[in-house]
Design a protein around this ligand. Structure first.
Ligand code: NAD
Length: 339
């Protein structure tokens, strides 16, 4: 199979592309290598893919006129996994324009290219942030979304709606994933697992928001990309044609469209997560307790019933094991002091 992965030099895209290459698939990897965080990390991830047979790197922006149209016409991907985006809740408060360009304009160009050359399945990344301050736990795909707290979430919800409309109007089979805080080797330097690990290893204080009263459904990247891989093989069909709609499903009643949570299915207290980093690092954290940050929510928790039903998926990696792998990678990559 030939798969287009957008954001292939990014954290999740890199792991997904590597998994697809392991299975012998061809991967076309698009990425702009923007400087939202250290481009050297993106170059290092991509170098590990480019050295492998079956990988075709393309450097460019989604929203660059004609780029995706030409790419789809030339490579005719059978599956498309759209991960390229401007991510980050906090950054979206200061720099909303970047989210309009990459997430709205960029995803529109992708949908247009897919309309002209439809893949068998288009899968795209959304986020648990679309649930906003929803307090009904765990989050189900059919829950009300609430995106007023973050412009990032607003653009991701808009992406979901745009894709739903293309599924309805043009019969494009679309799966939208709602990811829950992903961590693991090659992780993003703007996210809490990196910020905590980096500070703990250097003996510097870590910032703990909401005075530590936070819970997150932390998802190990190896588990997450396995779930994506399984979903590629089960495109949604119009429920009236074959796949029976079940009560509470997020499958659209008229379009081949669905939203699926991909999480670990557990809501872990932030202080337990920090304790697991301390154990893996062999160093105690100095905690600076702070109030809640704008845009943040106190807890997330994924209901993964739909994912399990569609794919049989179950997570394999505990937070302790996942963080051991992360801290070992961190020391190796950044040359941080050994225990
Ligand atoms: P990432 O920032 O590491 O990867 C995104 C990649 O896309 C980057 O390499 C970047 O250079 C590229 N990119 C950005 N804008 C682009 C554009 N306009 N054109 C081409 N390339 C562009 O992020 P990630 O953590 O790998 O996230 C992947 C997807 O998953 C994103 O859509 C993100 O919003 C979503 N997501 C991630 C998490 C998480 O915890 N990591 C949680 C929820 C949702």
């Amino acid at each position: 199979m030939r798969v287009l992965v957008t954001g292939a030099a990014g954290f999740i895209g890199y792991h997904l592309a590597a998994l697809l290459l392991d299975e012998g698939h061809e991967v076309v990897g698009l990425d702009s290598h923007n400087d939202y965080y250290d481009p050297a990390l993106k170059a290092a991830r991509e170098a590990r893919l480019t050295s492998r047979p079956g990988y075709h790197p393309i450097r460019g922006k989604l929203e660059q006129p004609g780029l995706l149209a030409e790419l789809f016409a030339r490579h005719r991907p059978q599956a498309v996994v759209h991960l390229a985006a401007q991510a980050g809740v906090r950054h979206s408060i200061d720099k909303p324009r970047a989210y309009v360009e990459a997430n709205l304009q960029g995803s529109f160009e992708l949908l247009e290219a897919a309309r002209a050359h439809p893949p068998a399945h288009l899968l795209m990344a959304s986020t648990s942030s679309v649930y906003g301050a929803n307090t009904a736990m765990p989050y189900r795909e059919t829950d009300k979304v609430d995106t007023q707290m973050s412009f990032y979430a607003a653009t991701k919800k808009a992406n979901e709606a745009m894709a739903h409309s293309y599924a309805h109007l043009y019969g494009l089979p679309v799966t939208v994933f709602r990811f829950f805080t992903v961590y693991g080797p090659w992780g993003r330097p703007d996210m809490a697992p990196y910020l905590f690990t980096s500070a703990i290893l250097r003996g510097e204080p870590i910032k703990v928001f909401n005075h530590g009263d936070m819970r997150r459904d932390f998802t190990y990247v190896g588990d997450l990309v396995r779930a994506i891989r399984l979903l590629i093989d089960v495109p949604p069909v119009r429920p009236d044609s074959a796949e029976a709609i079940q009560p509470g499903d997020s499958l659209s009643p008229v379009a081949p469209w669905r939203a699926v949570n991909i999480g670990n299915g557990e809501s872990v207290p932030l202080l337990d997560f920090i304790a697991a980093i301390e154990d893996a690092a062999g160093v105690s954290a100095v905690k600076q307790m702070l109030p809640m940050q704008p845009g943040d929510v106190p807890a997330t928790w994924a209901d993964t019933t739909l994912l399990r039903r569609l794919t049989g998926y179950a997570p394999r990696t505990s937070v302790r094991d996942g963080l051991r792998a992360y801290v070992a990678w961190f020391r190796d990559y950044y040359g941080a002091p050994a225990e």
